[in-house]
Design a protein around this ligand. Sequence first.
Ligand SMILES: Nc1nc2c(ncn2[C@@H]2O[C@H](COP(=O)(O)OP(=O)(O)OP(=O)(O)O)[C@@H](O)[C@H]2O)c(=O)[nH]1
Ligand SMILES: [Mg+2]
Length: 166
Amino acid sequence: MIQPRKIVILGHFGVGKTSLIRQFVETSFSEDYLVTVGVHVKKKDVTINNDSVTLVIWDIEGTSKISETRASYLLGSSGFIYVYDVSRPETYKNLEEQVDYLKNQFPAIPVMIFGNKCDKFGDEISKSFFENAPYNQSLFTSAKTGENVEEGFKQLTIKTLEKHES
Ligand SMILES: Nc1nc2c(ncn2[C@@H]2O[C@H](COP(=O)(O)OP(=O)(O)OP(=O)(O)O)[C@@H](O)[C@H]2O)c(=O)[nH]1
Ligand SMILES: [Mg+2]
């Protein structure tokens, strides 16, 4: 039996945390913005190499600083997803600092960075800008089209399995 994995989705307000989870768990998307207050927890089983792993996904309210997040939301996590919105610079201006904070506080826990709303890439928002440091570790996702959403959650699940095995 593989232990369930607690995954916490972090990032500024409105970057698409709830939408990414909805796309991943229910394969649906809505243009409406309903601010998350507090925390919502959803579960989904993923299959990795014929093994089923239950993800317990914590959808928390947006915050510009992780240090202001309640400690109880983060405790006991197996993985973190830090989400920014490629169309809103204020959501990635402090990205490095936020990811460093997580890595310092939780050195053993894998972190994935999602550059979300990648369906908006085009003339005004250029993908190549994000492919340069410090954003080059991001996976570009779209909760709207579903691009890389399942893939991203699966990559993180694999990382959590590697950590537990070592
Ligand atoms: N075009 C586009 N819009 C998106 C995408 N993801 C989310 N949105 C829209 O962005 C808005 C905010 O989405 P949410 O998922 O509620 O954002 P959130 O990060 O959960 O927000 P908080 O709970 O307030 O922190 C909504 O209007 C969504 O429809 C995406 O990938 N592409
Ligand atoms: Mg939300």
